[in-house]
Write a protein that binds this ligand. Structure first.
Ligand SMILES: [Zn+2]
Length: 344
């Protein structure tokens, strides 16, 4: 079975050339994909807009109306770093719907796994607020869709963007049907994602935050995934793994203080793919979030797609970071001592 991709066909007019979250990001990815020859082995699924009912499954009516109203103007700002254009309503509906199209293909079995190449990104959008370059929470909308309409009981969302996925956490904080696990630099925007944030009510223990000191890279991430993230996924036993795939943890990224390489991202994706094969018939879909060095972003996305599509030749044109990494042994030990999913 093949790897599905879908590309948001309406993203380009949601653009602000002075802003790091710009249309050139997805243009760089599609150019690299076309040049690679990989596209011919992928199953390209048609994008479609999300319905307003699908938005309302995770967002408030008022928040949806703010985005709709904002996009009636040529250019507007929802907060000081989240812009809209007159095309943003269509672009945002299509970003969410493109994610749904990939998840549908993976859950139905028409594809083995997949990657939704979308922008605007989504993981900072909370139940009630667009923020942090994000209008609607694409990965959260897809997780709810899988639970409500595709017969999926439990979804794990792994977020390896350099920033905490505060929006996704907010939406599923008291919901044990979704396990949300985020690795992120700390301190960094948006400031949430402390170890003690583990969910509440029925969702207590189905949120896991791994805040990382600046400088953690390939070695630290590999240990963290082997010792914490993958054991937690095995305990949770999801029916579907979604990945908030942000590439701003790359060492060359202008926003992120972590030091993953292209090969490091590929290695994380390989671990997640193997875990999906072990626990949920290989059902895994990546959803694009951040990543602001265009070349590192394109190379990293391509490397992860190559892993998903079973091609082992990962090209890392940037090489690894040569900076020494801080030790994260204490964090790993604390997770095993304190997190309900791993302790006891
Ligand atoms: Zn980010």
């Amino acid at each position: 079975m093949r790897t599905a991709i879908a590309i948001n066909p309406r993203h380009a007019a949601h653009d602000e050339p002075q802003h790091v979250e710009q249309a050139a990001r997805l243009h760089a990815i599609t150019a690299a994909l076309n040049a690679s020859g990989l596209r011919s082995v992928l199953l390209e699924v048609p994008a479609r807009p999300a319905t307003e009912a699908q938005l309302r499954a995770v967002h408030t009516e008022q928040m949806i109306e703010v985005v709709r109203w904002s996009a009636t103007r040529p250019r507007s700002w929802i907060d000081h770093d989240t812009y809209t254009t007159s095309a943003s309503w269509d672009a945002a509906l299509m970003a969410a719907g493109t994610t749904l199209a990939v998840v549908d293909a993976v859950v139905s079995g028409s594809a083995q796994n997949g990657f939704a190449l979308v922008r605007p990104p989504g993981h900072h959008a909370t139940r009630a607020e667009s923020m942090g370059f994000c209008l609607f929470n694409n990965v959260a909308i897809a997780a709810r869709h899988a639970i409500d309409h595709l017969g999926v009981t439990r979804v794990a969302i792994v977020d390896f963007d350099v920033h905490h996925g505060n929006g996704t956490q907010d939406i599923f904080y008291d919901d044990d049907r979704v396990f949300f696990c985020s690795t992120h630099a700390s301190p960094l925007y948006p400031g949430t994602g402390a170890e003690r944030e583990i969910g509440s009510g029925r969702g207590r223990g189905t949120t896991m935050n791994l805040p990382l000191p600046h400088g953690v890279g390939d070695a630290g991430f590999a240990r963290l995934f082997d010792d914490v993230v993958i054991p937690a996924l095995r305990r949770y036993r999801p029916d579907l793994i979604l990945v908030s795939a942000g590439y701003d943890a790359h060492w060359a990224d202008p926003l992120g203080p972590l030091t993953l390489s292209v090969a490091g991202y590929a290695a994380l994706t390989r671990r997640l793919k193997e875990t999906a094969e072990e626990v949920c018939n290989g059902r895994i879909a990546l959803v694009l979030e951040g990543g602001y060095n265009l070349k590192a972003l394109a190379a990293s996305v391509l490397a992860c797609l190559e892993v998903l599509a079973n091609d082992d030749t990962v090209v890392d044109p940037f090489g690894p970071s040569n900076e020494p990494e801080p030790d994260i042994s204490a964090l790993i030990a604390r997770m095993h001592q304190n997190h309900p999913l791993l302790a006891g």
